[in-house]
Design a protein around this ligand. Structure first.
Ligand code: FMN
Length: 160
C-alpha cells in the first residue's frame, strides 16, 4: 500500500460507474439538463436520491429556486446527449431544443420525462447540504418510469 496524492488515488476507484441526467427548471419554467456522475440512493422508505451539483453550474441556480428534478438514467442511444449536457451550459443554450430531445410531461410536477431513457424518477428536493464546491440535493421520489427494452449507458461508454 502506497500513500499517493488524492488525484492519483481517485483514478483507481472511478470505473465502472453509471451516469445520470438531471432535468431541472428555472423560475420561468425553462427546462435544463445536466450530466452527473455524483449521485446515489439514500433512502428506501421513502425512496430518495442525492445529486451533487457544482456551484458554478446553471443547474445549481435552478435547483436553488425550483425545488424539483427528474433523474433520468440514459440508454446507450443517449451517449451524444450525455456528452453534450456534460459540456455545455443551459445559461448559453436550450439543451432540449438543440438536441431534439423527445419527452413528455411528468405526472408529479410536469418536468420532462425523457422518452429514450432506461428509467426516469420524478423527485422533490427535501434537503440539501453544502459539500465544498458542490451542494448535495436530496430528492424524494414521487413517480418512477422505466423502459425495460433499453440498455443503460455507463460512464466508460462516453470514451468509446
Ligand atoms: C461524465 C460527466 C459527469 C459529470 N458529473 C457531474 C456531477 O456529478 N456534478 C456536477 O456538478 N457536474 C458534473 N459534470 C459537469 C456538468 O455536467 C457540466 O458542467 C454541465 O455543462 C453543467 O451544465 P449547466 O451549466 O447547464 O448546469 C459532469 C460532466 C460529465 C461529462
Amino acid at each position: 500500500m502506497n500513500r499517493v496524492d488524492f488525484i492519483i488515488a481517485k483514478k483507481l476507484i472511478l470505473h465502472p460507474a453509471k451516469i445520470t441526467l438531471a432535468v431541472v427548471q428555472d423560475e420561468n419554467g425553462n427546462n435544463n439538463l445536466i450530466t452527473l456522475e455524483w449521485f446515489m440512493r439514500t433512502s428506501i422508505k421513502p425512496p430518495m436520491f442525492a445529486i451533487s451539483i457544482g456551484h458554478t453550474r446553471y443547474s445549481y441556480e435552478c435547483l436553488q429556486k425550483v425545488r424539483k428534478f427528474n433523474l433520468c438514467f440514459p440508454s446507450k442511444k443517449m451517449k451524444e446527449l450525455a456528452i453534450f449536457c456534460g459540456s455545455k451550459s443551459g445559461r448559453d443554450l436550450d439543451k432540449f431544443e438543440t438536441n431534439n430531445v423527445e419527452w413528455f410531461k411528468g405526472r408529479w410536477a410536469q418536468l420532462p420525462i425523457l422518452k429514450n431513457a432506461v428509467a426516469n424518477f420524478e423527485c422533490e428536493v427535501v434537503s440539501q447540504v453544502r459539500s465544498g464546491d458542490h451542494t448535495i440535493f436530496v430528492g424524494e421520489v414521487k413517480y418512477s418510469w422505466i423502459d425495460s427494452n433499453e440498455e443503460v449507458l455507463l460512464a466508460e461508454d462516453l470514451n468509446s
